[in-house]
Design a protein around this ligand. Structure first.
Ligand code: HEM
Length: 489
């Protein structure tokens, strides 16, 4: 007899309550469902098909092996208009071809070449801090990473055009990922909503109308105006890049605007715009949210922050200078970031919509099901990480013989759709943390506490519910560690 596909158990909660559970306190909701139903369970949100969340290793390993033709990425529930032909929504060969054009923008050599400027940008931001200042850390990191993206994506470091880009990018990011737009997206269906936004964007672009993007407009109108303005800036730059065709240019927009498919054709202009805004959105809130949790841990464990500082100072002594590439590769700092991304990942899961009935480990799931490897529960699983799986203990990454596999530690997703910007994302965060640990001391409500703040979704990422407000206690001079070097020489 043929086996029938089947869905794993579902909580008794109404669909509305399930949606609420995912929106507010998503980690608690995951833990509650795991306690009541086990490592794999099904959730059903209003107007959507079944979503199977799993922390079973046999299932996750098979999800990571899925072929492109087994799932449909166009169904990804993102209510933001990044263009329907963006890499995230593409399937099969089109998706692979598109990734092939993006990946060369993030090679190790290019990243090493960008490290020095990343460190300069972080230095400038720290130099502006004064004792007593209060900063909401995820927003501060968001601002620093926007400066970094202006340089890595657009090749812009200073000047009016950079400031204009930064202003429009920030306004669009905030509007496109606002609670209002995400709520409208859930009510209408995220895919329908983003297609609606995209149609408005195309119409307005065809009419050549920039819109005023002012507050007080309908929320979607403001998001569309800002996208039109951002796309217009990008269009001007893409045309200029193609006209000069300068092969020595290493910024991402130039690399993708000049890249050619196997058949020798350039990417259509609208596709380049779509990829550029896609990279912007993919890297922004993810980095801010990851940094937010990291800083909560640093406040709770000042001895760890101090140890990072000592590691950075040792590197300066050893290299005879502050080498941005070296500080972005420090082993203890890397372990601290890994550990933060393990216990408090910014993405709770990643999704594949199955096109056909599919066997994944011990599960046989019906076509149309969305399967989500549960990053949060997997990375806190005592069967993988031991009895102290819930504790923040960076040393576990440095212990001899400890290696965690791609189905066990997966904050950047995995398989054929794993995050394209992982190395850039990690490099910029390590430079930010290394420089902060070297130069700045903070106080906050989290200092020496033991309990994590509740999480909430911001732009699809989990962040501490009320932000991470820090008060600047001490800012050491930019030469800190370098002066000591001169004295000991
Ligand atoms: C700490 C920062 C970041 C985190 C936690 C993160 C996490 C993720 C996750 C979970 C996915 C889904 C992977 C999957 O479905 O298997 C993803 C996809 C992606 N990310 Fe990131 N990301 C980060 C930074 C970045 C940056 C800086 C960029 C680009 C500059 C980027 C570009 C992308 C792209 C293009 C995809 C889609 C890949 C595809 O569909 O083939 N990400 N990221």
């Amino acid at each position: 007899m043929n086996q029938k596909p089947q869905l794993p158990p579902m909580p008794n909660d109404s669909q509305f309550k399930q949606a609420l559970g995912l929106g507010i306190g998503i980690w608690d909701y995951m833990e509650k469902n795991q306690r009541e139903l086990g490592k794999t369970f099904t959730l059903k949100l209003p107007g959507q098909g079944p979503m199977v969340w799993t922390a079973h290793q046999d299932v996750i390993r098979d999800v990571l092996k899925l072929r492109e033709d087994q799932y449909d990425a166009s169904l990804v529930q993102l209510p933001v208009d990044v263009g329907e032909n963006n890499t995230v929504f593409l399937n099969d060969k089109e998706h692979q071809d598109s990734r092939k054009l993006l990946i060369p923008s993030f090679t190790t050599n290019l990243l090493k070449g960008r490290a020095g400027v990343m460190q300069e940008i972080v230095t400038e931001a720290i130099n502006k801090m004064k004792v007593g200042d209060k900063i909401n850390f995820p927003r501060w990191v968001g601002d620093v990473t926007l400066d970094i993206i202006c340089y890595t994506l657009l090749g812009l470091r200073f000047g009016e055009r950079k400031e204009r880009y930064k202003q429009v990018m920030l306004a669009w990011l905030l509007e496109a990922t606002s609670d209002t737009n995400f709520t409208l997206g859930s009510a209408m269906g995220a895919r329908r909503y983003r297609m609606f936004l995209h149609r408005l964007y195309l119409k307005q672009t065809a009419r050549g109308k920039m819109g005023n993007g002012k507050k007080g407009l309908l929320p979607w109108k403001r998001a569309v105006d800002l996208k039109v303005q951002l796309a217009n800036l990008l269009r001007e730059d893409i045309r200029a890049i193609r006209a000069r065709n300068d092969e020595s240019e290493g910024h991402v927009l130039s690399l993708i605007a000049r890249a050619r498919y196997e058949n020798g054709e350039l990417m259509p202009e609208e596709r380049v715009i779509s990829e550029a805004v896609g990279l912007l959105i993919a890297g922004h809130e993810t980095s801010a949210a990851t940094a937010a949790w990291f800083m909560v841990w640093m406040q709770q464990k000042p001895q760890v922050y101090k140890k990072i500082r000592e590691e950075v100072l040792d590197s300066i002594q050893h290299e005879g200078k502050l080498d941005a590439v070296k500080i972005s590769e420090l082993p203890y700092l890397t372990a601290c970031l890994n550990e933060s991304q393990r216990v408090t990942p910014s993405a709770v899961g990643f999704i594949r919509w199955l096109r056909e009935d599919t066997q994944l480990g011990h599960l046989f799931l019906p076509a149309g099901t969305a399967i989500l490897p549960n990053i949060y529960l997997t990375q806190r699983d005592p069967e993988i990480f031991g009895p102290d799986a819930n504790d923040y203990r960076p040393e576990r990454w440095l212990e001899a013989g400890r290696r965690f596999g791609p189905s066990e530690f997966l904050p950047f997703g995995g398989g054929r759709r794993a995050c394209v910007g992982m190395n850039q994302g990690r490099q910029q965060l390590r430079i930010i943390f290394a420089e902060l640990a070297r130069r700045v001391e903070f106080t906050s409500e989290f200092q020496n506490t033991k309990k994590l703040p509740r999480s909430r979704m911001i732009g699809g990422q989990t962040e501490p519910e009320k932000g991470v407000w820090l008060t600047v206690k001490e800012v050491r001079p930019v030469s800190y560690g370098l002066v000591q070097l001169a004295q000991t020489a």
